[in-house]
Design a protein around this ligand. Sequence first.
Ligand code: NAP
Ligand code: MG
Length: 454
Amino acid sequence: MSTYTVINPATASPVKDISMADLTQTDAVIAKAHKAFETWRKVSPGDRAKLLRSFARIVDEHIEELALLEVLNSGHTIGNARWEAGNVRDVLNYYSAAPERLFGRQIPVPNGIDITFKEPLGVIGVIVPWNFPMPIAGWGFAPALAAGNTVVLKPAELTPMTAIRLGELAKDAGIPDGVFNVIPGKGSIVGDRFVTNPLVRKIVFTGSTQVGKSIMKGCADQVKRVTLELGGKSANIIFADADIEKAAAGAPGAVFDNAGQDCCARSRILIQKSAYDKFMELFEVAVKKFRVESPDLDTAEMGPLISKGQLDRVQEYMPDQSKIAFTGSKPTGDGFWFAPTVLMADSTNDRAYREEIFGPIVSVMAFDDEEDAIKLANDSEYGLSGSIWSRDIGRAVRVSRAVEAGNLSVNSNSSVRYWTPFGGYKQSGLGRELGPDALDAFTETKNVFFDTQN
Ligand code: NAP
Ligand code: MG
């Protein structure tokens, strides 16, 4: 068994050694989850609902503890981390209503009765990235458990601490042994075994497009079900007729939240030419005001990057000085800090403009008119999120219908609401999470015909 030393990204100091599972241990936990499925699927819908509510209640009682763990492990601002732990509770509560509403249909047919059932799949493998360790875990395990599946969950190697704690809290809530299993380990070992072990019936993966593609290929071997939430290069499209003050004030948070390590980050700002100067002036004031500081401070709006490796990757995208419009601030001292940076993109071929950086760098590009804005927004292999700012209702409707992305906000930068479906177009993913239909992704539809003629 190997261990991984968790590093506090704000100080670069070691926090804790975590044991990493090997293949044998991974297989043993999968086998345990497979066995637990036989009983968990038979727990009555009302009792399953009660257990999920009890899990939500216990998470609620531990919000502060979970939030502080995330600050320590991931460098998230304490404000964000509290929201993230609260999101796990909310998603559990939301899907606790699902077991009792997992309806099939009765379909009119000749000579009998036809009924559909939504049956659980079995063991679900949830593979979580390091950028939002708690919410992304919850979006997978809560609906999966609600539908009667059991779960094996692999946190990212860099950020296992809150997932391990959630696993313990599930036990305290009375979730039966083997139903919800957290397995810290490497992607190439534990994550890959989820793909190859036939007892795992579905993979829910969030992470890079590159690894997502290899998982999809691997799943083909067993026709394993797969949901993918991958990268993004979302556009924040601002028309001259918008409330420019509001758009500029919100633009730093839309891309620099979580230090830009957000698949929904609005990392391309498309601004109409006639409003360019006004916007840039206001945006500069907002970026300079954006508080990048120790994440345990209540006032912090941005913390460090997750790791030295990520800091180096982000640094590679820095062009020469002439393309930097302005930057914000960062603290001095140890830790993986990178100041918010605004680049002027002069070509759509710039690497920083095209590629997902996953750091606090945004590229600004001017456009002429509505048609031009849509063309620029869609000139990407990604299609996850985005914002449209305009006071013209007709234009807001037209542009939001034309942009090829799964989650758009008009006159707002909000991305994920657990009541609504979330997922990507094009290479940003496959399938949808959250919202009222999430259980469709964790069930098979079974059709049964009852002959009434004999
Ligand atoms: P990643 O490699 O895709 O990691 C995501 C998860 O997949 C982690 O739990 C990882 O485990 C696991 N994994 C890695 N290789 C695997 C394999 N062969 N089989 C099964 N699971 C595997 O992402 P990353 O390296 O952390 O980040 C790289 C870049 O990906 C970022 O800079 C960013 O551009 C993008 N990214 C996007 C999102 C998103 O939300 N869309 C999230 C994270 C990263 P380990 O942690 O143990 O490697
Ligand atoms: Mg990786």
